[in-house]
Design a protein around this ligand. Structure first.
Ligand code: MG
Length: 267
């Protein structure tokens, strides 16, 4: 099932089932406990990010060629950093380039996002996918200056600005994506394809990441895991290609859809 979250004509947040013809039917109940289809056509006034994350856990340098283009060795242990829930952004809403704490080096990163559906801890990779509700597209927007030069050795400052985690357009449940490590993934920046790869090239695959992240650590339903980006980021282009006002960034993942956000300056 493809699930969307949206505001209806009364401004009420609802969940809906997205059909292959693009129509949406309202769902009743909680997405973490098998929502039921009502058959009612939905009036989607505005599409929202498909989940309200409880936490956003992110993995760095999880594709070999991206590690190489970043001048780093392929990690032997997954690299965890976090984004705040303030970073969440809806499909179609702008990525804002920070101006109060200004950045000149804002970059895109297409990523497969995993949404945990059942609370879990100390999961083994063999049954890790049993705890997954589904998948969506993410853009791990990154201010490289605050990530690398001005972050004190921690990446999170540069990854933590408002609007820096667009998610969407829909959540695709695991019955439609039995293997999350076999999906084409790309970024199109203002009409130009800049990242174009496959999730089969992750250094640590999705089950391995869930085993690692749930070790001695409870992952509640609604935990969102960003699984890393392939090569082709703006930082590695010659010359670097930073996001600028007027750009449009589209993240596309096979079987999920397209997540598009315009770029503007923070007001
Ligand atoms: Mg990333």
């Amino acid at each position: 099932m493809k699930i969307v979250r949206y505001l209806d004509e009364n401004g009420v947040t609802q969940y809906g089932q997205l059909n292959s013809d693009g129509s949406v039917e309202r769902l009743e109940g909680d997405i973490y406990s098998r929502p039921t289809a009502t058959g009612e056509p939905a009036t989607v006034q505005k599409l929202l990010a498909p989940v309200e994350p409880k936490a956003i856990l992110c993995i760095g340098l999880n594709y070999k060629q991206h590690a190489a283009e970043s001048g780093a060795k392929a990690p032997e242990i997954p690299i965890l950093f976090v984004k705040g829930i303030n970073t969440l952004q809806n499909p179609g809403d702008p990525i804002q380039i920070p101006t109060a704490l200004p950045s000149d080096e804002v970059d895109y990163e297409c990523e497969l996002a995993v949404v945990i559906g059942k609370a879990c801890k100390n999961v083994k990779r063999e049954n890790a996918l049993d705890y997954v509700l589904g998948y969506t597209c993410a853009n791990d927007v990154s201010a490289r200056d605050w990530q690398i030069k001005k972050g004190g050795g921690q990446w999170s400052r540069g990854k933590f600005f408002d609007t820096f985690c667009p998610l969407g357009p829909c959540l695709v449940t695991t019955d439609e994506i039995p293997n999350p490590n076999a999906l084409a993934i790309k970024t199109v920046l203002s009409g130009e394809t800049v990242q174009d790869w496959n999730t089969n090239d992750m250094i640590f695959d999705v089950p391995t990441l869930i085993e690692f992240l749930s070790g001695s650590t409870t992952l509640p339903p609604g935990t969102v895991i960003l699984t890393g980006t392939p090569h082709g980021v703006g930082m590695a282009a010659k010359p670097p290609r930073w996001l600028k006002p007027g750009d449009s960034v589209t993240i596309e993942i096979e079987g999920i859809g397209q997540l598009t956000n315009p770029v503007e300056l923070e007001a």
